[in-house]
Design a protein around this ligand. Structure first.
Ligand code: C2E
Ligand code: MG
Ligand code: MG
Ligand code: MG
Length: 283
């Protein structure tokens, strides 16, 4: 899983993963104070439109543990969820991400992931409204990403929550589409603005006709229902070109840009006029 990183941050993990697994208890204890100790930070990964270049970033949470080093969200978020800490961490995340977005070009969006516990938290919609207010960000610049697993956990109030969020004007994305149950009833019943095709279907795209057929169908389905499509995990020029040809609205992945610390975004944007993508895809 730690292949292909080349950047030495959250992705070079295999080695410390072992340590982490051995020291789970230690980690769980230190997670409790991580927020107060200022150990969390955020990386931002660009969303790119085939012809309009960068149009926003997804905020990805990282934990810099003083002994273990950088721990990826796949390890600590489940712990934080189990220990009831995710709601507070998520609130911090949402506020930081919106503040960061206010320093970007004013048409850029920022996407924030919501874990099941955050989505199911009663105060979620009030919290989102408060953060919009506090940071002054235009509601439609904020995208909230949820996965289908979130919708599985509770049925009664999910629609209410999503509708309230939609009424606030924020955008809602269905993350990792295709990996869970992919029940089409979700698409019929819930007000998603965007579907994100999971990287699982993108990785073999250039050689595997089944993946091509599936991705083409998801694009058609989304567009037919008035939703946009983002492809996740785009790693090669060939994948990007294919997705552009098939009308995918936004691309995301290492080919388009790695997750970057907030402080590196200015530089990235200055260079992104000449980002490989722009040349590669303008045909
Ligand atoms: P996700 O939302 O589906 O995010 C995409 C993941 O794929 C990220 O991993 C990203 O670094 C990685 N990725 C991006 N482009 C590529 C690529 O081209 N190839 C490959 N192989 N991977 C790529 P990351 O940052 O480790 O995050 C993992 C998951 O943790 C996220 O999946 C999301 O579900 C969750 N997560 C991250 N930040 C937060 C957060 O603030 N709150 C919550 N609740 N969940 C978060
Ligand atoms: Mg996501
Ligand atoms: Mg995803
Ligand atoms: Mg994913």
């Amino acid at each position: 899983a730690a292949k292909k990183d080349g950047r030495g941050r959250a992705r070079t993990f295999t080695r410390s993963m072992l340590i982490v697994l051995e020291q789970r208890e230690m980690l769980r204890r230190s997670l409790r104070t991580a927020l107060q100790e200022g150990q969390f930070f955020i990386e931002y990964q660009p969303f790119v439109k085939p012809r309009a270049s960068v149009v926003g970033f997804e905020a990805l949470l990282r934990w810099r543990h003083p002994l273990v080093g950088i721990i990826p969200p796949s390890v600590f978020i489940p712990m934080a969820e189990a220990d009831g800490l995710m709601s507070e961490i998520g609130q911090w995340m949402l506020e930081q991400a919106c503040r960061a977005a206010m320093t970007w070009p004013s048409h850029f969006t920022v996407a924030v992931n919501l874990s099941p516990a955050e989505f199911l938290h009663e105060g979620l919609t009030d919290r989102v409204a408060q953060i919009l207010d506090l940071t002054g960000i235009r509601a439609d610049r904020l995208e909230l990403e949820i996965t289908e697993s979130v919708l599985l956990e509770r049925t009664i109030n999910n629609l209410d929550t999503l509708n309230t969020l939609s009424l606030l004007g924020v955008q809602i994305s269905l993350d990792d589409f295709g990996t869970y149950y992919s029940s089409l009833s979700y698409l019929k019943n819930f007000p998603f603005d965007t579907i994100k095709i999971d990287q699982y279907f993108i990785k073999d795209l250039e050689h595997d006709e089944k993946s091509q057929t599936i991705v083409r169908s998801i694009i058609a389905l989304s567009h037919g229902l008035g939703m946009d499509v983002t492809a996740e995990g785009v790693e090669t020029e060939g994948q990007a070109a294919w997705l552009q040809k098939e009308g995918c609205d936004r691309l995301q992945g290492y080919f388009l840009g790695f997750p970057l610390p907030g402080a590196a975004i200015g530089d990235f944007l200055r260079k992104s006029g000449a980002v490989p993508l722009a040349g590669a895809l303008r045909t």
